[in-house]
Design a binder for this molecule. Structure first.
Ligand code: 13P
Ligand code: SF4
Length: 313
C-alpha cells in the first residue's frame, strides 16, 4: 500500500473515532508533521492550556509531553485526558524533583514562586504562579518590585527573563536537553552561508546561542515573527517540528534547523517524538493511557495555573 493511502486510512480512522468518542486532539508544534496535520488545534504551551480550558469535548487527546497533558487534566479533572505515549516526559521537568525543590523553597520563605509550565504537578502545587515562555516576561513585570522571586525550573529562560525585565530572580538550575544541544559551530556556518538570514531562538537556549539571535520568543511568537518579517530566510534555534507550520504559513520562505553538537539529530525532542499516529489510534480506541493526578495535588496545582490564565488574558 503506498504510504499516502495508509496515511489517508489513518486519518479516516481518527476522524471516525474522534467523532464517536467526542474527543478533541490537541498537538504541540514539536509533534511529527502527520500528527500536526490531523490535530484539531496546534499551539504552544499557553495556547494549548487555553484550549484545554475552553473545550466542550469529553475526551482530550494531548499530543505533547506529560506535563502538558497533566496541565490539561488539572484544568479538567472530570474529563478523560489521554496521552498517546505515557513515557513522553520532559528533561526539564525531570530536572526539578519535588523534595529538592521543597528544600530550596524553604530556604527562601519570603519568596514568591513562579514556575515555568514545564514542571510536574507537584512543583506546580508548590508554586504561586505558573508561566509559559510566551507570557513569562509580562507576568514577572506584574509582580510588585519589592517581592523577591524564585523562578523554576529553567535557568536559561530565567536568565533571559531577568535581562528582559531587569528583575533579579532566584533561579533553579534546570535546563532542557534539546535547547542546550545546538552546535555553535553549525550555527555560525549556517549564518555564513546565509548572511541574509535572521537567527530566531526559543528562550530555553543557552545564553551564548541567544547572544547570536535576532529574535527570541516562544514557539508561537517565532511563528508569528516569520510571518511579519520582510526577510526570506530564518535559522531556527528550537525543536525543528515547528518548521512544518512555518512552511505552511510561509511557503516561499526558507527555514534552516541547527544540528546538535557532533552533527547529531538530537535537536529533535526525544520525548515529544514518542507519540505516533498509530498510538493516537490505539489510545482513541481504548481510551488509555489516561492522565491521573491525586486530588489534593491537582487542587493545589490548579490555583497558580488559573492565576496565569487570568493574568495573561
Ligand atoms: P512553548 O511554550 O514555546 O510551546 O515551549 C514549550 C517547550 O517545551 C519548549 O521546549
Ligand atoms: Fe521538555 Fe525540552 Fe522536550 Fe520542551 S524540548 S518538552 S523542554 S525536553
Amino acid at each position: 500500500m503506498p504510504p499516502s493511502t495508509s496515511r489517508e486510512e489513518s486519518k479516516r480512522k481518527i476522524n471516525a473515532l474522534r467523532k464517536e468518542k467526542n474527543a478533541v486532539i490537541l498537538a504541540h508544534y514539536y509533534q511529527d508533521e502527520e500528527i500536526q496535520d490531523i490535530a484539531d488545534f496546534i499551539g504552544d504551551s499557553l495556547e494549548l492550556s487555553r484550549k484545554a480550558a475552553e473545550t466542550k469535548a469529553e475526551v482530550i487527546v494531548f499530543c505533547g509531553v506529560h506535563f502538558m497533558a497533566e496541565t490539561a487534566k488539572i484544568i479538567n479533572p472530570n474529563k478523560i485526558v489521554l496521552i498517546p505515549d505515557l513515557d513522553a516526559g520532559c528533561s526539564l521537568a525531570d530536572d526539578c524533583p519535588e523534595e529538592e525543590f521543597k528544600k530550596f523553597k524553604e530556604s527562601y520563605p519570603d519568596h514568591y514562586v513562579v514556575s515555568y509550565i514545564n514542571c510536574s504537578a507537584e512543583i506546580k502545587a508548590l508554586s504561586d504562579l505558573i508561566c509559559t515562555s510566551s507570557n513569562a516576561v509580562d507576568l514577572i513585570k506584574k509582580i510588585p518590585i519589592d517581592v523577591p522571586i524564585i523562578f523554576a525550573p529553567d535557568k536559561n529562560l530565567g536568565r533571559w527573563v531577568e535581562n528582559q525585565t531587569g528583575r533579579k530572580l532566584n533561579l533553579w538550575q534546570g535546563s532542557c536537553i534539546v535547547h542546550e544541544t545546538f552546535s555553535e559551530e553549525a550555527l555560525l556556518k549556517l549564518k555564513l552561508e546565509h548572511q541574509d538570514s535572521e537567527i530566531i531562538a526559543h528562550p530555553e537556549c543557552t545564553e551564548l546561542l541567544l547572544s547570536y539571535s535576532d529574535f527570541i520568543g516562544s514557539t508561537s511568537k517565532l511563528l508569528k515573527h516569520i510571518q511579519e518579517s520582510s526577510l526570506k530566510k530564518f535559522i531556527v534555534l528550537t525543536e525543528p517540528g515547528i518548521i512544518h507550520q512555518m512552511r505552511i504559513k510561509e511557503p516561499s520562505k526558507y527555514f534552516y534547523d541547527v544540528p546538535g553538537i557532533d552533527g547529531c539529530s538530537c535537536n529533535s525532542c526525544p520525548h515529544m517524538r514518542l507519540n505516533t499516529i498509530e498510538k493516537i489510534i490505539k489510545c482513541l480506541e481504548s481510551l488509555q493511557p489516561r492522565l491521573e493526578i491525586d486530588e489534593e495535588t491537582s487542587k493545589k496545582a490548579l490555583k497558580p495555573i488559573k492565576k496565569m490564565l487570568e493574568l495573561s488574558n
